[in-house]
Write a protein that binds this ligand. Sequence first.
Ligand SMILES: Cc1cc2nc3c(=O)[nH]c(=O)nc-3n(C[C@H](O)[C@H](O)[C@H](O)COP(=O)(O)OP(=O)(O)OC[C@H]3O[C@@H](n4cnc5c(N)ncnc54)[C@H](O)[C@@H]3O)c2cc1C
Length: 442
Amino acid sequence: MKTYDYLIIGNGIAGVTAAETIREHDASGTIAIVSHEPHVLYSRVLLPAYLKKRIPREKVFLRTQEDFNIRRIDCYLNEAVVFADTARKQIDCESGFSLGYNKLLIASGGRVRDWEHCNGQGIYPVRTPPTLPEVKKADGEYNATISRSRSARSNGVYRLQTLDDADVILRLLPHLQSPLVIGASFIGLEFLEILTLNNTPPKVVVRDTHFLRRLLDRAGGEMLQARFEMKGISVECQQEIVRVFLEEGKVHIKTSLERDFSSDAVFLGIGIQRNMEFLAGSGVAINGGGVETDEYLRTNVENVFAAGDAADYMDVIAKKRRMVGNWTHAFLQGKAVGRTMAGKPELFKSVPAYSITNFGFQITAVGETDDALETFVQFDEERNRYARFFIKEDHIAGAALINKFTDKPHVARLIETQSSVRDFRAELRDPLFDIQKIPIVE
Ligand SMILES: Cc1cc2nc3c(=O)[nH]c(=O)nc-3n(C[C@H](O)[C@H](O)[C@H](O)COP(=O)(O)OP(=O)(O)OC[C@H]3O[C@@H](n4cnc5c(N)ncnc54)[C@H](O)[C@@H]3O)c2cc1C
């Protein structure tokens, strides 16, 4: 068995950035990346643009195999890690292949949440699968178990997490007739635009009262909804799905409001869960579904680190542990953990931000957007501009911005420095107030 100085699980942006950063600081240490996916690093953020046919497939890739050769980083692709054995300091893969390590980074990201209504969708195997209830197929009804099968799609249900998922959806688009989107996440919004540009505006079923419920208040959600309806999308809010079944090649969905939907393709935008089944029995602490780390991205097990979407890290700005699912954050954590692993400890400090442009709306979430906090909303209906500020004590902890992208850097600085907004409480509700007038106090 080969042993590496640095072994990284996951070749997403966090894992690859960490590997490259380690190489910058350690010219001779051996480095390897193990990934379940068959591709070298590509941008998940660009997958929607690829499906909207705004960029060709090759533009999605961010590295070539040659880039790794030059940096002497070994890549083991198509290998699913099934167990991280921290006692023996080795990882075991599904294929039977094992590698040893001195330092291990968990950068295994996430996958679309298992959907309790549909089996056959789990992507990553576990070492000892839990005993699954027997699959009942009466009336073609889906079994409500979580399958550990590799198949990422089946029976008319589609997810968008990987390039392979995107390739499947791209081939499907010309044949679509009556698509249905489930969920009002950011990926759900991407599906709405992809399908509308395909001239098949979908129906969308949303469990909450409005779109992006935790981020926007009702007025903000309804502003988005009005735009979607203008584009021919039919929106069904406050609908809990109670039954899903397959009949005559169509997926049928029943909701709590006794509404029935049938569709030739269902697209899930229901959020992600972290890939960490391989940590069962490893002793690495899991918190809230992610790998628990301190502010240096170190886990509770010596020489084991975590970064990117997989990490439940100690946020020194919010002063609490949190998980984040965004690209820039994963990149910055990859950089910080790479330095720490190479012996130059770096405290991770950053305000996370996620931005998308959807049907002409530029939507940004920055910082801690926890709707249990006190919130102040600025809404300029005429100009479709919206801001919601999440306030903790006397400072801004997070914000949702629509069509106010230029405010984002200033808001991020206010969050980072925890500058007081005590004297601006009335202005935070005034749609004409310029947020940049609140001074940054270092
Ligand atoms: C369609 C889409 C659009 C997005 N758009 C945006 C956006 O506009 N802005 C934004 O900020 N963020 C966006 N995101 C989120 C962003 O892409 C992620 O936050 C980011 O990719 C996380 O990077 P990561 O390296 O932590 O994990 P990932 O990119 O998820 O990489 C994890 C890697 O680990 C591998 N892996 C997992 N388990 C195992 C295992 N057991 N064995 C071996 N390998 C394993 C996986 O195969 C994968 O290659 C988007 C995501 C998607 C899917």
